[in-house]
Design a protein around this ligand. Structure first.
Ligand code: WQD
Length: 334
């Protein structure tokens, strides 16, 4: 089987390419390299010992997409490509709608023109907004979402549902990620966002590498066990394996199906910082400051549906996420 992976050189995409290759799939990877380094291509090949075709391509480039689809008989598309910084999306909403929504519509049009009607979409738990209760199941109400990034994910989910309603020969899998962190155990792949990272783990890593003096804890007055925000952190390799499990389901069903990809356990900011310090034997100074606008108290998954229908569940714990993440960051900064 041949799979097209859009945005396959990014943090989650590159880890998914490793798992796809390790599982024996043939892949073609496209990425516009706007938020990642082309070095990951060779790292994926080194980790897996497998070759694959990489083409620098933006999903808004209809002509090049059409050429790629004309030259390859794809069985499914795994769609990661898109901008993903919450804070940036508030200041640049049009870029997010043009890239994420516009780019996805172009991709879907080219897929339809070439009769490729199976897609696994990289969605996010942010589509649930501020959940009324926890843990979150897939039938929870969606929205309201508090930022343009999250709204693009919700809009794309709706576009995919409308597409399936118009043509039941489509197979659509919506994977709602919780908080991916960590790195492949080889230490060769890591999250290397261009510019200032928004998420907590890249910021903790910058402190661990002494690039920044301390981590800012955005609020300790949340309704959680220690007052700091609680999230469902998931090892990126577990997340990647969820895509391989979803692929099998996508090939056997013509439905729209959403799955939470999380561990089912919530950890606070202090839990994460203290775990990172313990397993890596480094100091992570922090300063407690005001809440970040748009943040919610707590968010974690009920991952039962993915286990029941995909036979997938996470296997890696927070200790391993912190250890693997630090190992990869040290390697990347040698
Ligand atoms: C986690 C916790 C912060 C930074 C977002 C998107 C989601 C997904 C992951 C892309 C919160 C706290 C953070 C810092 C802190 N995006 N924090 N100091 O906001 O849960 O989710 O990123 O795939 O769709 O919504 O992730 O890592 O930014 O924050 O205290 O410097 O860490 O308040 O409680 P978030 P995050």
């Amino acid at each position: 089987m041949k799979i097209l992976v859009t945005g396959g050189i990014g943090f989650i995409g590159s880890h998914t390419c490793v798992e796809l290759l390790d599982s024996g799939y043939e892949i073609v990877v496209i990425d516009n390299l706007s938020n990642c380094s082309i070095d990951a291509v060779d790292k994926i090949k080194a980790i897996t010992g497998k070759d694959f075709k990489f083409i620098e391509c933006d999903i808004r480039d209809r002509e090049l997409l059409d050429k790629i689809f004309s030259e390859n008989d794809f069985d499914c598309v795994i769609h990661f490509a898109g901008l993903k910084a919450v804070g940036e999306s508030v200041s640049m909403p049009l870029s997010y709608y043009e890239n994420n929504v516009g780019g996805t519509v172009t991709l879907l049009q080219v897929m339809a023109a070439h009769n490729v009607k199976r897609i696994i979409f990289s969605s996010s738990a942010t589509v649930y907004g501020n959940p009324a209760s926890l843990p979150i199941t897939e039938d929870f109400p969606l929205g309201p979402v508090t930022n343009p990034y999250g709204r693009t994910k919700l809009i794309i989910e709706e576009i995919l549902r409308d597409l399936w309603v118009s043509d039941h020969s489509w197979s659509v899998i919506l994977l709602r990620y919780f908080n991916p962190i960590g790195a492949h155990s080889s230490g060769l792949l890591c999250e290397s966002p261009k510019g200032t990272p928004n998420n907590i783990m890249p910021r903790i890593l910058n402190v661990a590498l002494k690039k920044t003096p301390y981590i800012t804890v955005f609020g300790n007055d949340y309704n959680t066990h220690d007052g700091t925000g609680v999230r469902d952190y998931i090892h990126v390799s577990d997340l990647a394996r969820g895509h391989v499990a979803a692929l099998k389901y996508a090939m056997e069903n013509n439905k729209v199906e959403a799955f939470n990809l999380g561990t089912g356990t919530g950890y606070s900011v202090f839990d994460l910082i203290n775990t990172f310090i313990r397993v890596n034997e480094v100091d992570i100074p922090y300063s407690i400051e005001a809440r970040r606008p748009g943040d919610i108290d707590a968010c974690y998954a009920n991952p039962d549906k993915a286990y029941k229908l995909l036979g997938w569940k996470t296997t890696l714990e927070l200790d391993t996420m912190c250890k693997d993440g630090y190992k990869a960051a040290v390697n990347a900064n040698k």
